[in-house]
Design a protein around this ligand. Structure first.
Ligand code: NAD
Ligand code: ZN
Length: 347
């Protein structure tokens, strides 16, 4: 089969590789679509190899069951679905409580095996997945629009759910970075809350996309954004700030604009330092009571729920489709900020 593999730092290759073999509890999925996340671009840009073998990328996967392992019951060939990206143990205390995204088996990194970032992923014609990671989708949902649900919807869903106590009617929620994750986050905030949603991005077209997704107010990110956000919230700040960039400047913006008791959620992985100190609150720093959470992925329940929202037409990723062979072009477009919504590869 054909697969897009990371073969050396910065090197993507279209390679011909064997179709994966199944263990007893595995499914073989014929890939219908695989989304490209900014995290893939991050991994591609790392200066060191992340695996000894060539690695098939892709953690946003939708497809059809082609074969089932010998011990699989209750799943059959021909079923359509998407892949839950936390391949957690399913047995530990966190998994038992539904917190599969921080599975104890993953140790302190709390990042369970993820397809395309350890095991081979979905930028290929076929992918091997554990049976438990399969989440069925409705026939009406095409693969290209389903694939981004696996991360671009799952991850904002989890971050938003963890801040719901602040998202009361009339509260203000800010989404910084209206890319793959951010444009879905705006839709989720509009669907799940009665908060005023403010979208922030450096790019005018991303702000236009935010408006299409239902944002009430859009702001171009520049040196005046913090002041503008404080003005819009009567000087108090926003009850929830979701940072889908995570650079120094967006982390600082989040600290300077979150309200007392508000929720600052770090999702973007750009390594930014928010500059939080333990001094008395006051001035531009983190206000009293505000919470900071680094939010990773989501739970299986979050995924089931975003699939339901998509089936109900409440959430729909904007996608740009590419043939598998054009993966490099798609990555390059993502890196230059040219993708509107999510880039999706079709094998
Ligand atoms: P993307 O490239 O699709 O979108 C990024 C957006 O941020 C773009 O619209 C860009 O214009 C905007 N942007 C860039 N700099 C900005 C700035 N200074 N101010 C405002 N906007 C700015 O990326 P994505 O796939 O949506 O991923 C977003 C981030 O989330 C990445 O860092 C990715 O690695 C990370 N991520 C984290 C998790 C998690 O579990 N925590 C999961 C998936 C992705
Ligand atoms: Zn991702």
């Amino acid at each position: 089969m054909r697969a897009i593999q990371l073969t050396a730092p910065g090197t993507l290759e279209l390679r011909s590789v064997p179709v994966p073999e199944l263990g007893p509890d595995d499914l073989l999925l014929r890939v219908g679509a695989a989304g490209i996340c900014h995290s893939d671009s991050f991994v591609l840009g790392l200066p060191f190899p992340i695996s000894e073998q060539p690695l098939t990328l892709g953690h946003e996967i939708a497809g059809t069951i082609e074969a089932v392992g010998s011990a699989v019951a209750g799943r059959g060939v021909g079923e359509r679905g998407i892949v839950y990206l936390c391949w957690s143990c399913g047995e530990c205390r966190e998994c038992a409580r539904g917190n599969e995204n921080v599975c104890l088996a993953a140790g302190r990194t709390a990042m369970p095996p993820c397809p395309g970032l350890g095991p081979d992923g979905g930028m290929a014609e076929y992918v091997r997945i554990p049976m438990r990671s399969f989440v069925p989708i409705a026939d009406e949902l095409d693969f290209a629009h389903a694939a981004p649900l696996a991360d671009a919807a799952l991850t904002p869903m989890h971050a938003i759910r963890g801040a719901m106590d602040q998202l009361w009617p009339g509260a203000t929620a800010v989404a910084i970075g209206i890319g793959g994750l951010g444009h879905v986050a705006v839709q989720l905030l509009k669907t799940l809350t009665e908060a005023t949603v403010i979208a922030v991005d450096v790019d005018a077209d991303k702000l236009a996309l935010a408006t299409e997704c239902g944002a009430d107010i859009v702001l171009k990110a520049d040196e005046n954004t913090a002041a503008a956000l404080l003005d819009l919230t009567g000087g108090r700040g926003a009850q929830a700030v979701f940072d889908f960039v995570g650079s120094d400047s967006t982390a600082t913006l989040a600290v300077h604009t979150v309200a007392p008791n508000g929720a600052y959620r770090m999702v973007g992985l750009a390594g930014g330092v928010p500059g939080i100190d333990s001094g008395p609150a006051g001035g531009p720093g983190l206000p009293w009571g505000a919470t900071v959470r680094k939010s990773y992925g989501g739970t299986r329940a979050d995924l089931v729920d975003v699939v339901a929202l998509a089936a109900a037409g409440k959430v729909r990723a904007t996608v740009e489709q590419f043939d598998l062979v054009d993966a490099r072009t798609a990555f390059d477009r993502l890196d230059t900020g040219a993708i509107r919504g999510r880039a999706v590869l079709i094998p």
